[in-house]
Ligand binder design. Structure first.
Ligand code: SAH
Length: 357
């Protein structure tokens, strides 16, 4: 039976590597059981629901994995009006969610003051925690948004392999892409910070994935999001031939579950979503399996249907065609069937006090 202590100190890297490559079913059952137990002890049976609003699909960047990259000329672009976002916030409240996530491409059309006033409007009308996921921005933007009441910031470092990161996420002018440095600055500004990786990016090795997990712990992340890389046919990485080397991490749900479980063991009190990308590769049970193997958060999509299909960062996103309400009913039923319950309150990270030995 693995235990969180296995992943601290000397030998942690090798043990992570061993678990990442593990395929023996009975060994994996022990990993799932351990992750589920640590999840229960540290963050309980509540599953926090965060309403996701995909604010804008404009993007200045050329990330080679992403379906809303700037170079996709044929994609119709949108930017939601404040009223429309507020409507989503009301919907989130009506369903008893504790927080909402405002996500977008790296859109310079989302001016600092626009987002500041949007945060103020949401905070004036609701008690929702507000999480931003707007990419790499100026520190002044982040400071102003924090000042306006934003609580959390999501910025995945995508991979800890710097060369691979530069290949899939080309730097843009002074936006060099030092996402680890940015996460540290966000934390210093008082945000709860979330990060994570895609699993199975072409060129990703088992060793780099093990280092990703060590970096989750080093950054002491409040939130960790992990999903499979899903090739989008209109992107360079989506068209590329997948490397066949044994060092290449496959982009399967199986590896994602191992990363989710290990993330729970290295960061026992983090908030960990069972991601939409996971629910996309296994529509029948990806979401439940994520929740059973370490995750404690779900991010239902509240983006209005007319925009949703245009925020196609990868193809065939789970629930893209469901009406938001049908999705919500199905989710609540699913949680009940698993013996879990909808979280109450904003669902921020509760750090466990470290007890003396
Ligand atoms: N512009 C913001 C939000 C990006 S979308 C930012 O860059 O932070 C949120 C996450 O979706 C990304 O961080 C990435 O990890 C994931 N994603 C993007 N394209 C994907 C793809 N093709 N397959 C799987 N995940 C993808």
């Amino acid at each position: 039976m693995p235990s969180p202590g296995d992943f601290q100190g000397p030998g942690a890297f090798e043990r992570l590597l061993g678990w990442l490559r593990e395929t023996d079913d009975s060994a994996l059952q022990a990993l799932w059981a351990c992750a589920d137990q640590v999840r229960r002890e540290h963050v309980g049976d509540e599953v926090h629901l965060r309403g996701l609003v995909e604010l804008s699909n404009h993007c200045v960047r050329g990330c080679t994995y992403c379906g809303i990259r700037a170079a996709r000329g044929q994609l119709e672009r949108y930017r939601m009006a404040h009223d429309e976002v507020l409507e989503c916030a009301r919907e989130a409240r009506a369903r008893g969610y504790g927080s909402m996530v405002l996500q977008a491409g790296e859109d310079d059309g989302l001016a600092r003051d626009d987002i500041t006033s949007l945060i103020r409007l949401i905070k004036a009308e609701t008690d929702l925690a507000v999480t931003l996921s707007l990419g790499e921005r100026d520190e002044q933007d982040w400071a102003a948004w924090r000042e306006a009441g934003a609580d959390r910031y999501l910025l995945r470092f995508e991979t800890s392999d710097e060369q691979l990161f530069r290949r899939i996420h080309p730097p843009l002018g002074r936006r060099g892409g030092d996402r680890v440095g940015m996460l540290r600055r966000l934390r210093a500004l008082g945000y709860e910070i979330g990060s994570g990786v895609m699993v199975g990016i072409p060129g990703q090795t088992w060793e780099s994935l093990a280092r990703d997990i060590l970096l989750f712990a080093e950054l002491d992340l409040d939130m960790i999001g992990v999903g499979p890389f899903l090739p989008h046919p209109d992107t360079p990485l989506g068209k590329a031939v997948r490397p066949q080397e044994p060092t290449q991490v496959p982009n399967t749900e199986h590896v994602v579950y191992r990363v989710v479980a290990l993330a729970r063991l290295v960061c026992p009190d983090a908030n960990i979503p069972s991601t939409t990308a996971l629910a996309t590769v296994n529509k029948a049970s990806g979401r439940q399996l994520g929740l059973a193997r370490g995750a404690n958060v779900v991010m239902p999509n509240l983006t209005p249907a007319r925009y949703r299909s245009k925020y196609e960062i990868y193809p065939d996103k789970a629930c893209t065609n469901e009406t938001a309400d049908a999705g919500h009913q199905a989710l609540v039923a699913q949680l009940a069937a698993m013996g879990r319950r909808k979280g109450t309150g904003a669902g921020g990270r509760r750090r466990r006090a470290v007890l003396p030995e």
